[in-house]
Design a protein around this ligand. Sequence first.
Ligand SMILES: *[C@@H]1O[C@H](CO)[C@@H](O)[C@H](O)[C@H]1NC(C)=O
Ligand SMILES: *[C@@H]1O[C@H](CO)[C@@H](O)[C@H](O)[C@H]1NC(C)=O
Ligand SMILES: *[C@@H]1O[C@H](CO)[C@@H](O)[C@H](O)[C@H]1NC(C)=O
Ligand SMILES: *[C@@H]1O[C@H](CO)[C@@H](O)[C@H](O)[C@H]1NC(C)=O
Length: 252
Amino acid sequence: MRKFIVQLLVAALSQQASAHYVFNRLIINNTASQEFQYVRDVSSNTGDYSSLWLKTFPIYGPENENVTCGRSAFPVHNAATIETATIPAGSEVGFMLSGPTYEGDTQPYIFHEGPGQVFLSKLPAGMKSLNEYDGSGDFFKIDYAGPSDNHTWSTMDKTEVNFTIPAATPSGKYLLRIEQFYPSSSHHQSQWFVNCAHVEIVGRGSGSPGPMVRFPNAYSEDDPSIWFHDDLGRFPDNLDSYVEPKPNVWKG
Ligand SMILES: *[C@@H]1O[C@H](CO)[C@@H](O)[C@H](O)[C@H]1NC(C)=O
Ligand SMILES: *[C@@H]1O[C@H](CO)[C@@H](O)[C@H](O)[C@H]1NC(C)=O
Ligand SMILES: *[C@@H]1O[C@H](CO)[C@@H](O)[C@H](O)[C@H]1NC(C)=O
Ligand SMILES: *[C@@H]1O[C@H](CO)[C@@H](O)[C@H](O)[C@H]1NC(C)=O
């Protein structure tokens, strides 16, 4: 009986541990927007869009098609209600997360060790609306949040990731994509938390963004930046040796 209870407890804990967080609120002009106001809706593992809890489950591996903009993010499920956020180039914005809370915490936060990165992809010529765009085109990187010291990830325990849209970004409509990933896990596969917002960047930016990558398959699971762990799924205190994933940040 005791063994059975322990098994139930382990099952409950592992189920809890498999729900995480979703970056579904854009922060603009120092204000967090509503959930999925500017961010593409995502689904559970079975394609269900009704439960926030089930949306937070991780995507496994950088080669999964769902790492482009989150699970079942295209066709855009909230196409009728999603808004496009106007952002002046050069301004600071962010992504705030939602998800379940644990053990008396009052708000969800990033609790998986790993870097955060932010990308932009311009709406391809010939398309009028971001709702038409599946995200299969070119992305350039505008932010990298890596380790802050030998044993701390700068994103850890945060409720949001903030960054600046480079002032030289050419005006136009873009997918604004965030990824935060856990390089190691008990599943022996990296875990990915990815979302995309619809934005229109305004200003007089005339830079030439690059280098470009495409998702999925911008990385492979065995890149040293993705597969960085020890066999216990714990990080040794050696984050100084962590190498930022390619591509380089475009600073404008
Ligand atoms: C991100 O920006 C928001 C709004 O300006 C601010 O309240 C929050 O403290 C910032 N978060 C971090 C981690 O810097
Ligand atoms: C993407 O997510 C959907 C919904 O869970 C699933 O049906 C599909 O198989 C996923 N794609 C991959 C490559 O896992
Ligand atoms: C943010 O502020 C800028 C400048 O005042 C404004 O043009 C823009 O519409 C605002 N964006 C949002 C989403 O509130
Ligand atoms: C970081 O940790 C590793 C492994 O413990 C150690 O060898 C290295 O000297 C540390 N680096 C610094 C700057 O302390």
